[in-house]
Ligand binder design. Structure first.
Ligand code: FEO
Ligand code: CA
Ligand code: CA
Length: 663
């Protein structure tokens, strides 16, 4: 069964001092640094053996051969000078590129947005400003332009110890965090959600259009509508909403997507953290909530709002964990929670139009031993009928992946009445199958994966890339072909080829593109090509982007520690020809951050990246060497001003003088 994060039944006095020590972000693996430090220390390993033999031991003769061929053929599809991996307070991009700050936490979106003042922050101000911890970045062109469009950005979660002055004291070298006030909780709620903002490129530089007619904040208090098979079901009714359709807010919006018809998708990921309280063990929702880790009590919202207390509102958690669709062209539109796509800890929802016009959404459920899904619409995409397209996500088939040892793949329908998904197993309808998507997938025998994150189809090559970020809980007896390493600290990437070249196919083939980690440490078992330098390897693939040329770019989450000697960043990964599995570092984040986004615009002349939770950490870095919090930060990126805290920000990367990136 699924590995759950600690199930706290009470409000923690501090999220930061629990055993996991990972604060709010359930995407991070908090013990990674220790694990790597203990067993995979590069320095320790190399001291104890000859570095040369350590490297040779990891390289198969086939890899060596293909690397030689790559050299002969010129190899890589990417052309740029690699960044040096490392850790410091700043971000770094490849030589010859600009990395310009576009939007920071607190930046104005409207002419009436209060000027950001972290010491006088309010929920009202925050709801008119760019939110916290930017994650997914999408772009909807205006008039087909790669120079003028609507930027959509998710704000996944909040870091109170970095946001609020006066919250932290240090005891025994550890952060102790005071309880939040109602005003601080309200600021948190306003700092979650998403931002929709018009942007324009002038003289090679991107700018926000203040008061742009599409500009909008969506937060944890924005009213949304639950649509599709689950709408109005008894199990989603609450005392505040007897219709079972009106849900207040969306939160923990991780990655997402932009649909072919230009709507914005916000994936609800670690929703369990926001709920507290206790249900009797025999309550009819108890087992369901347990399967999703509800309630985790990482946030303090239930102190002030009863709907986050499962003892008072046992159905409220069933209203989260959905894919949310937003019509960005109407800033007054009600975001729709599209229940047909299932209820999981949705990482994202990248989509592509299949040959037959149906639209396919790839969906990862980010938990150790959870599943890879896809949703295929019943209707077909109509290029000139946006109104019809807006209904596509309410009808279709949800599938879950079974990866078999012979390299084939079956997509199993998660459909009521089929196989075990019947009343005998507690599913009275498709609505119940969708509310308990995970249990349905368990019964279908789907393959338990190493934390599925972003999944992106490649429109150029027809392949699909699945980021599997890590799973240190996998035991040797649980290893399978698609999850080939026990104690998988560094993650891997799977490449899928759907049968018949049809993204909507119900079967396909797959292979492991890359096992991540330091190839110089044989015990890690990484499989980067030998062309990959000491800067080019990475661990913990999380988000990814495929550019217009069909090249794969991978962003990481979790490399920040002494043992890896590097921060997270953006890596260019070859997938084709002799250079396959060669990786190069293009951009790296400041200390403590992970990299989200990334997004290449259709002209391949801009890459947007989202630097998330910078300054969250620094104990391991010699430049700081102690806990990082508001009053004593490991970095004040991007402003580097004494009166300004560290701020998550979206960065625009362009080539100096213009032109396509990495060509
Ligand atoms: Fe929010 Fe799975 O990353
Ligand atoms: Ca992440
Ligand atoms: Ca992610």
């Amino acid at each position: 069964m699924t590995e759950h994060i600690s199930q706290k039944q009470i409000f923690p006095t501090s999220q930061l001092e629990d055993a996991d020590g990972d604060g709010h972000n359930r995407c991070d693996n908090p013990t990674m640094g220790e694990i790597i430090g203990r067993r995979f220390s590069r320095r320790g390993f190399l001291q104890g053996s000859l570095a040369v033999s350590a490297i040779a031991a990891t390289v198969s003769p086939i890899a060596l051969l293909s690397a030689q061929k790559a050299r002969a053929a010129g190899g890589s599809a990417f052309s740029f000078t690699e960044v040096e991996a490392g850790v410091d307070a700043d971000h770094h991009v490849a030589e010859g590129y600009n990395a310009d700050i576009l939007l920071r936490w607190g930046d104005a979106l409207f002419s009436d947005s209060p000027v950001f003042d972290p010491k006088q922050q309010s929920a009202a101000a925050q709801s008119r400003q760019f939110g916290y911890n930017n994650d997914y970045v999408g772009y909807i062109p205006i008039d087909g332009s790669s120079k003028h469009g609507i930027l959509v950005v998710n704000h996944e979660y909040t870091n109170p110890h970095l946001m609020f002055p006066g919250l932290v004291t240090i005891a025994d070298g550890k952060i102790k965090q005071a309880k939040l006030t109602k005003e601080q909780v309200d600021i948190e709620m306003a700092a979650h959600g998403g931002t929709i903002v018009e942007i324009r490129k002038a003289d090679g530089k991107w700018q926000v259009v203040p008061d742009g007619k599409y500009n909008r904040r969506i937060t944890s208090v924005t009213e949304t509508e639950l649509t599709g098979p689950v709408a109005g079901h008894e199990r989603v009714k609450t005392s505040a909403d007897t219709t079972g359709t009106k849900v207040i807010g969306t939160f923990n919006n991780c990655a997402g997507g932009v649909t072919p018809w230009g709507t914005y998708i916000m994936a609800e990921e670690n929703f369990h953290g926001y709920f507290s309280g206790e249900l009797p063990a025999d309550h009819k929702e108890a087992a369901n909530h347990k399967r999703y880790g509800v309630p985790e009590g990482a946030y303090e919202w239930a102190h002030f709002y009863d709907r986050f207390n499962v003892a008072k509102e046992p159905n409220e958690p069933n209203r989260f964990g959905w894919i949310v669709e937003v019509d960005v062209l109407d800033p007054t539109s009600t975001p729709k929670k599209r229940s047909a796509l299932g209820r999981t800890k949705h990482e994202g929802a990248a989509s592509i139009v299949d040959k037959d016009g149906r639209v396919v959404f790839y969906l990862g459920d980010d938990e150790r031993f959870d599943y890879v899904y896809k949703f295929v619409t019943s209707g077909t995409y109509m290029a000139n009928d946006r109104t019809a397209n807006m209904k596509l996500l309410d009808e279709g088939t949800l599938y879950v992946a079974k990866f078999t040892e012979d390299g084939t793949l079956q997509w199993l329908p998660v459909v009521h009445g089929q196989g075990p998904l019947t009343a005998e197993n507690g599913f009275a309808s498709q609505a119940e199958v969708l509310i308990e998507t995970r249990r349905a997938a368990d019964l279908l025998g789907a393959t338990k994966m190493d934390r599925p994150e972003d999944i992106e189809p490649n429109a150029v090559t027809g392949k699909v890339y699945v980021m599997l970020t890590n799973n240190t809980k996998r035991k040797p007896e649980q290893v399978d072909a698609a999850n080939p390493r026990a104690d998988n600290a560094f993650g891997h990437i799977i490449e899928i080829t759907e049968d018949g070249g049809a993204f909507g196919a119900t079967s396909g083939k797959w292979e492991v593109l890359l096992k991540c980690g330091d190839p110089a440490v044989a015990a890690v078992g990484a499989s980067f090509s030998t062309e990959t330098t000491k800067n080019g390897w990475f661990g913990m693939p999380d988000n990814c982007s495929i550019d217009a040329a069909g090249r794969l770019w991978v962003a990481t989450d979790g490399n920040n520690n002494k043992a890896t000697g590097r921060t997270d960043g953006l890596w260019a990964v070859d997938t084709e020809g002799d250079a396959r599995a060669t990786s190069k570092l293009f951009y790296r984040v400041p200390v403590g951050a992970e990299l989200c986004g990334p997004l290449f615009l259709p002209d391949d002349q801009t890459a947007f990246v989202a630097v998330q939770h910078p300054g969250d950490g620094g104990d391991d870095w010699s430049g700081h060497g102690r806990p990082s919090y508001y009053e004593d930060l490991s970095t004040r990126w991007p402003d580097f001003k004494e009166d300004m805290p560290v701020r998550p920000a979206v960065v625009a990367i362009t080539k100096v003088g213009g032109g396509k990136i990495a060509v």
